[in-house]
Write a protein that binds this ligand. Structure first.
Ligand code: TYM
Length: 355
């Protein structure tokens, strides 16, 4: 191989309802990328047990995220949609990466610190090793691009560090076995087995904030349901949540500078921009000088127009459990074949005796 084949991989955890942040920060990008790239989208059920071991409804949550992928427009025939636990090679490569990555790297992860809270000694070992499994998710397919929200940036950088250390530590074996690919690292051309994956972040919706507090990100775990718009909310609920969203008393500015120190206003402008594929600047050109009493109803109409059809499709698809399960089964088989091809080489590179 002379260059890595472009391949998109991303994952979503089956924990709680999907919200507007997940949709604008990730799933909408998944849909856009499938037009020009080969894509693999995964419901990461192995990750979901790192914070909460026992889930009464893990299978249903997995189906519900799958239905959201399909309802948003992901094509499971042209691309791959599956749940992580079906492809054991993710866990196998994660083990190798646990031995490549250093404990200090994991301890620096801000998501680990946030999720473990004060009682870090009592967090699961899986929560600490979470980013290693995430790196394995992408690298077991030698993926080159990952669309994610801003909160995953540090994990993607860590994935690059793990890939680079693996490539360095095993450079001799990789060359000997002829399984490397030429790639540019800074000024140098190196021969590596794993690509240095590029995050696809950016855009006005990379970090959607809570509707109740512009300093906190919109999250599944926020106790207030008014803080987020769920993909399953009906039109009235969406409108009510936007009407009640925290704002300030000033009119919208016409320029970006005027949003400084106004996180709630900036967030609503970002949501409008994300839903229409406009820039925040363009939204301000359109609404600059107007009060929230005008902007909020316009935003509510737009959100209902864009999200209500997805909620309807999700309900329709979810009702056909046999179909959803068959998508995951078929995706799992295709993903498994690709993952196994990578792992055959990894086992050889490592020197495990296999015959
Ligand atoms: P998860 O399940 O928490 O979130 C799924 C995706 O939604 C994005 N997101 C947001 N984007 C903008 N604003 C927000 N408020 C917001 N909240 C969430 C997340 O950035 C993510 O892209 N660790 C991952 C799952 C994962 C993964 C992977 C992702 C496991 N393996 C491999 C990519 C590649 C996570 O917990 O996402």
């Amino acid at each position: 191989m002379t260059a890595f084949q472009p391949l998109v991989f991303s994952g979503v955890q089956p924990t709680g309802n999907l919200h507007l942040g997940n949709y604008l920060g990730a799933i909408r990008k998944f849909v856009a990328l499938q037009e020009k790239s080969d894509c693999i989208y995964c419901v990461v059920d192995l990750h979901s047990i790192t914070a909460q071991l026992v889930h009464g409804d893990l299978a249903d949550q997995t189906r519900s995220i799958t239905a959201a992928f399909l309802a948003s427009g992901i094509d499971p025939k042209k691309h791959i949609v599956f749940n992580q636990s079906r492809v054991m090679q993710h866990a196998e490569l994660a083990w190798v990466f646990n031995c490549v990555a250093r404990i200090g790297w994991m301890n620096r992860m801000t998501q680990f610190k946030d999720k473990a809270g004060k009682d870090r000694e009592n967090a699961s070992l899986g929560l600490l090793a979470y980013p290693s499994l995430m790196a394995a998710d992408m690298m077991v397919y030698r993926a080159t691009h990952v669309p994610v929200g801003d909160d995953q940036k540090q994990h993607v950088e860590l994935t690059r560090d793990i890939a680079q250390k693996f490539n360095n530590d095993f450079s001799g074996r990789i060359a000997e076995l002829g399984v490397g690919v030429e790639m540019q690292v800074g000024e140098e051309t190196v021969n590596g087995f794993f690509p240095l994956i590029e995050p696809v972040i950016g855009g006005p919706a990379a970090r959607i904030m809570s509707l109740r507090d512009g300093s906190k990100k919109m999250s599944k775990s926020d106790p207030s349901d008014l803080s987020r718009i769920n993909l399953t909310d009906d039109a009235d609920t969406i409108s009510k949540k936007i009407r009640k969203a925290k704002t300030d008393p000033d009119a919208l500015p016409s320029e970006m500078d005027g949003l400084a120190g106004r996180p709630e206003a900036e967030n609503l402008v970002g949501i409008y921009a994300g839903l229409t594929d406009m820039t925040k600047e363009a939204v301000l050109q359109q609404f600059g000088g107007q009060q929230f009493s005008t902007f909020k109803p316009a935003l509510a109409d737009l959100a209902v127009e864009k999200l209500a059809p997805i909620a309807g499709e999700m309900r329709r698809i979810s009702a056909d459990r046999t179909y959803v399960d068959s998508v995951l089964r078929d995706g799992g088989e295709r993903a498994g074949a690709r993952a196994e091809a990578t792992m055959k080489s990894v086992r050889e590179i490592m020197g495990f005796l296999q015959h």
